[in-house]
Design a protein around this ligand. Sequence first.
Ligand SMILES: [Zn+2]
Ligand SMILES: [Zn+2]
Length: 165
Amino acid sequence: MMRSVEITTVLTGQFRAPGFHNLHWRSRIGMNLDCFICERTGRTTYIELGAERAVCSGDRVRGEHFTAARIAAFDRTEERERLTLRAVVDFWWAPFQDEKRDRAASALTASPWVRLHLGHHCPENQVSGEATIQSNMVRPVDIRCESCGQLLASSIEAPTIRLLN
Ligand SMILES: [Zn+2]
Ligand SMILES: [Zn+2]
């Protein structure tokens, strides 16, 4: 059956201050899902906005493979001091038993985890950079420009992951 998960997260910072690095959410999500194809729970899955299928990292026996997941909504909001992302991921879910972990698959995997990607551009050194935030980091997390060291944003709370249906 088709299931949907909503991911929301907020970064705080001074997004319109001088020296603005054009910090923005990139349209790629890594998250863990219970995969009905390789029948393993908690598989890291990579999903790109606009792609009709996603990639499950599989396991040692069966490596990466395509799976049925897509980004259904990707709403980015930029305010003076808040950078917000709300994304909805649709994926196909079917029940199975993970033989290795002796655990039944669930629509929202037992310990949901997400990685969100950001891009930025350093006006001082004219180089582009990347950053990621993950739900399992110790917070607060500071995001800095690797080139000039400027503080670009902070992640105070972990992203929320919620099953919609
Ligand atoms: Zn899989
Ligand atoms: Zn910089």
